[in-house]
Design a protein around this ligand. Structure first.
Ligand code: BJW
Ligand code: ZN
Length: 251
């Protein structure tokens, strides 16, 4: 079990955030873990039970779309009864505080679960897409799906093509406009935070280095050390739901 960060480390991070005018955030599965969403890596991670090659690649979907759809249906059903936690809410509070001051806040997330938006975050860049939307593999037409169950293999209303979850799988390029917004936020931020991500999946993991290269102060919040820990100014190790509410300046 990880010890909580020292009061001094929390204080350092609070001081960095208190003076911030342009905050950029990167989140990963760890911020949703306390809501009950499984992370990908680690002992109880999704990739222990399911192969990323089969479930998170265009080749895996082409081989067995029924199996990929069945798994996504299960996950969407589970999400329907999952709520944001104190970590998501603290980031939404921080966004409101900065907006009230006329300052900038960008939240780039690798998560596909929609929990930041459910917590009230507005300026969210979904780097790896969303499990709550679908698009046609033939004509690209996209539509919102939400938590509704899908029977069998869903087909496009326009062209009859196979529909797939609007998630970015391995080997696929991130949506260009979303990536550019996140990269721009990172390189123009004065404070960049990386939260609940193992920081191994690129290009998202590169945002912290881009922010540092452009002069941002940096904070990491994670249960355990990651490749980003040695790069940041302050690394806070512990649960995001405990740490984040303690970092947000009072309004
Ligand atoms: C807590 C906590 C608590 C827990 N509080 N913390 C070799 C080298 C470099 C790159 C590559 C390479 N080979 C291939 C690549 C490219 C590849 C990549 O980076 N692979 C690496 C794994 C090596 N990237 C891509 O393919 C991307 N596209 C791309 O690069 O396009 C250009 C290109 C095209 C063609 C060829 C090559 C390049 C796309 C990546 C898409 C990733 N998509 C996924 C799948 C979603 C599937 C689904 O859900 O259905 O997105 S992968 C998966 O990992 C998911 C996540 O968003 C992503 C990141 O994971 P995350 O969020 O960091 O979660 P975990 O589980 O890893 O970590 C959780 C963390 O939380 C841990 O650190 C815990 O300690 C912590 N934690 N509880 C605080 N309470
Ligand atoms: Zn179509």
């Amino acid at each position: 079990m990880t010890d909580l960060p020292s009061a001094t480390a929390i204080q350092q991070a609070r001081a960095i955030l208190a003076g911030a005018r342009r905050v950029a955030i990167l989140t990963g599965a760890g911020i949703s873990a306390e809501s009950g969403v499984p992370t990908y890596r680690g002992v109880s991670g999704v990739w222990k039970a399911f192969s990323a090659k089969d479930m998170a690649s265009p080749e895996g979907f082409a081989r067995d779309p029924e199996r990929v759809w069945a798994w996504h249906n299960d996950r969407r059903l589970a999400l329907a009864s999952i709520a944001p936690n104190a970590g998501h809410r603290a980031l939404a509070d921080l966004e409101r505080l900065l907006a009230d001051r006329g300052d900038r806040f960008d939240l780039a997330t690798q998560n596909i679960d929609g929990l930041h938006q459910a917590a009230g975050s507005r300026n969210v860049h979904e780097l790896h897409g969303t499990i709550l939307a679908i698009y046609c593999v033939v004509c690209g037409k996209r539509r919102w799906l939400g938590f509704d169950p899908v029977d069998g293999l869903p087909r496009c209303e326009s062209c009859g093509g196979l529909l797939r979850p609007a998630i970015v799988w391995f080997g696929e390029v991130l949506p260009r406009d979303v990536w550019l917004a996140a990269a721009n936020a990172a390189t123009s931020s004065d404070v960049f935070m990386t939260i609940g991500t193992s920081a191994v999946v690129y290009p998202a993991a590169g945002l912290v280095e881009m922010a540092i290269g452009a002069g941002a102060r940096t904070i990491e919040v994670n249960l355990e050390p990651t490749p980003a820990s040695t790069l940041v100014d302050v690394a806070l190790h512990g649960p995001a739901g405990n740490i984040l509410p303690r970092l947000v300046p009072e309004a």
